[in-house]
Design a protein around this ligand. Structure first.
Ligand SMILES: [Zn+2]
Length: 429
């Protein structure tokens, strides 16, 4: 049966749409967009007061399956994604076994088709086993549907190795996504190196450990002509390097997480909250301000979560022994609405670029547009609803949110993936 979504404020800058219109969904596609649509026999949903935008995509997510299902699996991770308003996620390859060949890509795809609550776009490792020693089965993975290459979790340490991956792999037309961390320089760094690491007597993770590899990877992208995407950028100077690379014509894009925008090292205190232990670490106020500015002015291309679920017992260990990462899928949209959109710093249209249009463009996915004929991947949110993070638990199997207890305004209410509803009035379908 056709579904008529009425009275939502539709924002889609790709078709210059910003106003109240009705959207008719027929099958897996948008059948019609227009004012005061009336369709015989269609089911009607009134979305007055809500926004409807092209489905959001989070291009940096750890679903943990195969291998670490104790932390999260494809069912629970995509459930969290649907709850947060996403219609698709790009899964990182640091699973066990590592996603470094077509068979594992095929496994992730088939599990997602079976139990997923959103689309899952698998990425594949650049090097076998993420060891940085030999190239992965790049062509095999692309043939099976991998959308990008990355050794996320760590960087490719050897510049020559990165060059060989790019020189060979660029023929597949996919983006190379870099987790920038010079392991020799960072060592066992726990939090940003500076006053706070000194005060808390924790080993420092210096900004230069990230910035060196950002600069190096941009140089190698220039050398090889490959498409480079810098993951979870966290420092002001790192952003300056990306800005200069873009100005010089290098094919480089970058992403930022809500935690690097809205949390800083100053949120770490004597409680040693391990949910705030992330990689790269929370930086200074000046860094977070620069990242927020970059998101607004276009230097940052995409907002991602780096959703990194861990078990409670892992995060309950001493700070040095707890693993890096926090969950983010269920809070990302709400944080961006609360901190940037509702405060007037950024338009809903800019948010759509950052969370729907650019991720698809960088990953080479078909765009979703709010117009007749487009696939009906849509996100609906209520910009006024107020809620407290963690109060009603999480859809994710994990609970390691760095934003627990924070009151946010704005939340996804309805999500459609290929015309099929995955979230209805805030409840998983
Ligand atoms: Zn990473």
């Amino acid at each position: 049966m056709a579904l008529l979504l009425k009275n939502a404020h539709v924002v889609d800058p790709s078709v210059e749409l910003d106003g109240v219109v009705d959207v008719l969904i027929g099958g897996d596609k948008i059948a019609e967009v227009g004012e005061n649509l009336a369709v015989e026999g269609a089911e009607v949903r009134d979305l007055s007061g809500k926004y409807l935008v092209p489905g959001l995509v989070d291009m940096h997510v750890h679903l943990r399956e195969p291998g670490y299902e104790v932390k999260e699996d494809i069912e629970s991770g995509t459930r969290a994604a649907a709850k947060g308003g996403f219609t698709g996620v790009c899964a990182m390859p640091n699973t066990d076994p590592v996603t470094d060949n077509g068979t594992v890509v095929e496994f992730v795809k088939s599990r997602a088709a079976e139990v997923g609550h959103c689309r899952v776009y698998p990425s594949g490792a650049m090097t076998r086993g993420l060891k940085g020693e030999a190239m992965s089965e790049m062509g095999d993975m692309v043939a099976h549907g991998a959308v990008a290459f990355t050794d996320d979790g760590r960087g490719v340490q050897g510049a020559g190795m990165l060059r060989r991956c790019m020189d060979y792999g660029k023929m597949f037309g996919k983006v190379f996504m870099s987790h920038c961390q010079d392991e020799d320089l960072v060592g066992h760094g726990q939090i940003n190196e500076g006053k706070v690491s000194t005060r808390l007597a924790l080993e420092g993770w210096p900004a230069a450990g990230e910035e060196l590899q950002i600069a190096r990877d941009i140089e190698i992208a220039k050398l090889t002509g490959a498409k480079l995407h810098i993951q979870h950028i966290s420092t002001a100077h790192g952003l300056e390097i990306v800005r200069a690379g873009k100005a010089a014509g290098v094919r480089v894009t970058c992403e930022a997480t809500p935690h690097h925008m809205f949390l800083t090292e100053n949120d770490l205190d004597e409680t040693y909250n391990t949910s705030l232990k992330v990689n790269p670490p929370l930086r200074t106020d000046e860094d977070a301000e620069a990242i927020r500015q970059g998101v607004i002015d276009g230097t940052v291309d995409v907002i991602v979560t780096d959703h990194a679920p861990h078990t409670p017992w892992e995060k309950a260990r001493e700070f040095e022994l707890a693993p890096f990462g926090m969950i983010g899928l269920e809070t990302s949209l709400s944080l961006v609405l609360t901190e940037l959109v509702n405060t007037g710093k950024m338009s809903v249209g800019r948010m759509v670029e950052l969370m729907a249009i650019k991720p698809r463009e960088i990953l080479g996915l078909d765009q979703v547009q709010v117009k007749a004929g487009s696939v009906a991947d849509l996100t609906v949110f209520d910009p006024t609803v107020t809620w407290t993070v963690g109060e009603d638990g999480y859809e994710s199997r994990a609970e390691n949110s760095g934003f627990a207890g924070r009151t946010l305004t704005g939340r996804a209410t309805d999500v459609f993936v290929g015309g099929k509803q995955t979230l209805a009035d805030g409840c998983i379908c």
